[in-house]
Design a protein around this ligand. Structure first.
Ligand SMILES: [Zn+2]
Length: 189
């Protein structure tokens, strides 16, 4: 079993050019962070690091599935997720160690002191594994048999929807439809 200390990278040791790393994120990673959205998942992360004289560009390509409840029928599903994230890292002598790695933010350049040898990816991976979630936990599950959704609940929801539509379109509830009816009766006389 991996511990969270395993999600570190020694950027300063990398030569100029590009480097690729494979970071598997499994149940213990999500569980260790007490992730409120999901506790279990299987996400593969390919990390490409481009080192130039000025900075490091870290590109994360994350792809896999997370175990959540379907928002429609509440059945447990393996929701497919995929996203790319980018992080820029710079080293500077003019920064105190205490101000580093406190607020993960992929929009900003992370500035580290030159003696900060071990860069901890875990807070960023955690942030990305939350950002990767789609707005709703539903997907075209019928494309991936066996169909995981709860058919009983889905059928009940569909019937409910159909009944609501019938009530809505029933002329008795529609003043305009009643007026039209009266008008047509009137014209007949
Ligand atoms: Zn469902």
């Amino acid at each position: 079993m991996r511990t969270l200390e395993d999600y570190t990278i020694r950027l300063l040791d990398l030569k100029e050019g590009s480097h690729r790393f494979f970071i598997p994120l499994r149940d213990e990673f999500f569980a260790a962070y007490d992730n409120q959205i999901y506790q279990r998942g299987h996400i593969d992360c390919i990390l490409d690091v481009q080192r130039s004289p000025a900075m490091y560009i870290l590109e994360f390509h994350m792809q896999g599935t997370v175990q959540v409840r379907c928002d429609k029928c509440y059945a447990p599903i393996h929701l497919p997720v995929e996203e790319r994230f980018r992080l820029m890292v710079k080293y500077s002598d003019h920064i105190a160690l205490s101000s580093t790695q406190t607020t993960p933010n992929s929009d900003e350049v992370v500035v580290l002191p030159t003696d900060h040898v071990v860069f901890d990816l875990a807070p960023y991976l955690r942030e990305f594994s939350i950002l990767i979630m789609p707005p709703r936990n539903v997907y075209e599950c019928r494309k991936n048999p066996p169909y995981p959704c709860d058919e009983v609940v889905l059928n009940l929801l569909n019937n409910q929807y159909d009944n609501n539509r019938k009530i809505d379109s029933y002329p008795k509830n529609n003043v305009f439809a009643q007026l039209l009816k009266k008008q047509s009766l009137h014209n007949k006389h």
